[in-house]
Design a protein around this ligand. Structure first.
Ligand code: FE
Ligand code: ZN
Length: 250
């Protein structure tokens, strides 16, 4: 089985697209190409052939690059949740993944069957994409879009606190070493909010004190220790914290 590499591609102001590459075959896949420029340049520089696009949700800062990239590359599938039909440009694969558990899709990425789970909350078409453990890794990789950020979660634009709570808990039910690749570099600001919510949480203090410029990926273990939305003990507490975060100027 091919060994895949995953690389964050900074886009727009604070977005991350991701390049998944199979160096044996030269095949590549993109997650959430916000804009065509940086992902397109990286594909050219590496001499890779684009085979598919994975969209985590329909927002333009995640799918804005798809149309131009598809004009430049042939035979590329574009996958998103079935509920985002009509909202993701040039979508060709409509995955009807259920909430709370991953199902195997027919999509192959480097010979691995891609798995998908419905994670509503930020939007009602949000999907998490899961790749099984690569090489000698003990756990897999998940692309969480704007549902789970490092020490944060997305705003509730379409979904309810109940949905967001269930989606986050389903993600952190994965093995602790699972790598979570998220949609925006908001981590420093998120940790300031975490510290305001839980001033005595030493894991939060330690994480904030030693933050790299690029903080993706995070892990399930780190989120269980520092993410105030993952750590909310009830739907009501999550809803309260989400409202407080919307108002927070830290
Ligand atoms: Fe979004
Ligand atoms: Zn976004």
């Amino acid at each position: 089985m091919a060994t895949l590499s995953i690389e964050p591609i900074p886009c727009l102001r604070d977005n991350y697209a991701y390049l998944i590459a199979d160096s044996d075959t030269g095949d590549a896949w993109l997650v959430d190409p916000s804009e065509p420029g940086p992902p397109g340049a990286l594909l050219r520089r590496r001499g890779l052939r684009l085979r598919g696009v994975l969209a985590t949700h329909h927002h333009v800062d995640h799918v804005g690059g798809i149309a131009t990239l598809l004009d430049q590359h042939r035979d590329v599938w574009v996958a998103g949740h079935a509920r985002d039909e009509g909202r993701i440009p040039r979508q060709t694969v409509f995955v009807d993944a259920p909430a709370e558990r991953f199902i195997t899709t027919e999509l192959l990425v480097g010979g691995h069957a891609l798995q998908a789970m419905y994670i509503p909350g930020h939007t009602l078409g949000a999907i998490a994409w899961y790749l099984p453990p690569r090489a000698d890794a003990v756990a897999g990789d998940v692309f969480t879009g704007d549902t789970l950020f490092a020490a944060g979660c997305g705003r509730l634009f379409e979904g309810s606190p109940t949905q967001m709570h269930a989606s986050l808990q389903s993600l952190v039910a994965l093995p602790h070493e699972t790598l979570l690749w998220f949609g925006h570099e908001y981590t420093a600001a998120n940790l300031r909010f975490s510290a305001a919510i839980e001033p005595d949480n030493l894991a939060v203090t330690a994480r904030a004190a030693d933050l790299p410029i690029c903080t993706t990926p995070t892990t399930v273990a780190l989120e269980l220790a520092t993410n105030p939305f993952v750590r909310a003990r009830s739907v009501e507490e999550l809803a309260e914290r989400r409202l407080a975060k919307d108002e927070f100027r830290g």
